[in-house]
Design a protein around this ligand. Structure first.
Ligand code: ZN
Ligand code: ZN
Length: 374
């Protein structure tokens, strides 16, 4: 059955982006991050540059996208002018910067070669300023159309897990289980949507002692009865991703496994409970980490507690002990809460949900049940 999604509208994003550029005290920004461009204009192609000033937005792309760019921008309600450019890109940008003196670049999305072209050849008379994470910061707060797509991506995964997890009883290899799950996610996407669907990222299946390696890639290990199995998986709908981890047990948990599992469940709940509008994200890290430390496993939780999710699988905010005053939950901030306890040579447990901060507290966008025993 086809799922209907609310239409994307970038009109409000345009105003938010222009305000963010103004706050950098520059006259314009050359946007080169493709996810930032998609968020701002609706354009989903692989080659584009956007010039953002306080009164206009211009999208430059090449002739391959002459038909597609106008369609995507119209669907998103973008006000951007489309200019087909190639070798003359610098001249086309320069002629639209009459009267501007300072121009911001996105430091994390500009190559050294581009920077030399822009500062040396295209805009030698402008002051070029490196900025970081300006639009990334703005798009960390999602609108309803974005939340609907992340939820839809999560639903594809939930439905696939319901179909595929019983296979864990049949002693599949990690790779065979991952492949079956991924195929089911793709099939569910094709059945439920007319927009593009796919995996959110390469699935992690880590069984038995492999579970102690947080970013283990599936191998030919056979999943045995009694194993704990970490499955970290996401979907993608119309560009937006979900990210979820469940840990399963093939058979019944032993007492030791139950203590391991219950500790991570409690840590994850403490983290979700601390995801409050106005809170710094490091409060969530602290809340989750203290539960694990109290259980005696402080040294076995070796990564940050979460990250933003949206058009990119890892985006702002950071959710870690080192997160600072810039990483704050606002109403609409989407981020994961994913503590884990990794016991070297033995097993791992990680539990992850993608959540949205709301004025009524955090809401989980990923909702597959947390009953571990298969
Ligand atoms: Zn994950
Ligand atoms: Zn994650």
């Amino acid at each position: 059955m086809l799922v209907s999604l609310p239409p994307v509208s970038v009109a409000r994003r345009e105003a938010r982006a222009q305000a963010a550029v103004a706050a950098t005290n520059t006259d314009a920004m050359i946007v080169t991050g493709l996810s930032n461009i998609r968020w701002l204009t609706g354009f989903a192609g692989s080659n584009a540059t956007v010039l953002l000033t306080d009164d206009r937005i211009t999208l430059f792309t090449d002739s391959r996208y002459a038909d597609r760019a106008p369609r995507e921008l119209a669907e998103a309600g973008s006000s951007a002018e489309i200019v087909i450019a190639r070798a003359d890109l610098g001249a086309r940008i320069a002629e639209r910067l009459d009267g501007a003196s300072t121009v911001a670049l996105e430091a994390e999305y500009v190559t050294w070669m581009q920077q030399r072209d822009i500062a040396g050849r295209w805009l030698p008379d402008h002051e070029i300023v490196a900025t970081g994470e300006v639009l990334d910061r703005v798009r960390a707060v999602k609108d309803e159309a974005e939340l609907a797509r992340i939820r839809a991506a999560a639903d594809l995964v939930d439905d696939a897990l319901r179909t595929i997890t019983p296979m864990l009883r049949d002693q599949p290899t990690e790779r065979a289980f991952a492949a079956a799950l991924e195929a089911q996610i793709r099939a569910n996407g094709a059945a439920a949507h007319t927009v593009e669907t796919n995996l959110g990222f390469d699935t992690i299946v880590a069984s038995g002692p492999n579970g102690a390696i947080p970013h283990h890639a599936p191998v030919e290990r056979v999943i045995e009865p009694g194993d704990l199995v970490i499955v970290d998986v996401g979907g993608r709908v119309d560009g937006y991703r979900s990210d979820m981890t469940r840990t399963f047990c093939v058979g019944s948990l032993t007492a030791d496994q139950a203590r391991h599992y219950d500790t991570v469940i409690a840590a994850q709940q403490a983290g979700v409970d601390a995801m409050v509008v106005g809170a710094e994200t490091n409060a969530v890290d602290r809340a989750a980490r203290s539960v694990i430390a109290d259980a005696g496993w402080a040294d076995s939780f070796t990564h940050g507690t979460g990250h933003g999710v949206g058009l990119d699988i890892h985006e702002l905010p950071r959710v870690a002990a080192t997160s600072g005053a810039d990483d704050v939950y606002e109403a609409g901030t989407v981020a994961t809460v994913e503590p884990g306890v990794y016991l070297r040579g033995l097993a791992g447990v990680r539990i992850e949900d993608t959540c949205v901060a709301t004025i009524d507290g955090a809401e989980r966008l990923t909702s597959f049940p947390k009953d571990p025993e298969i």
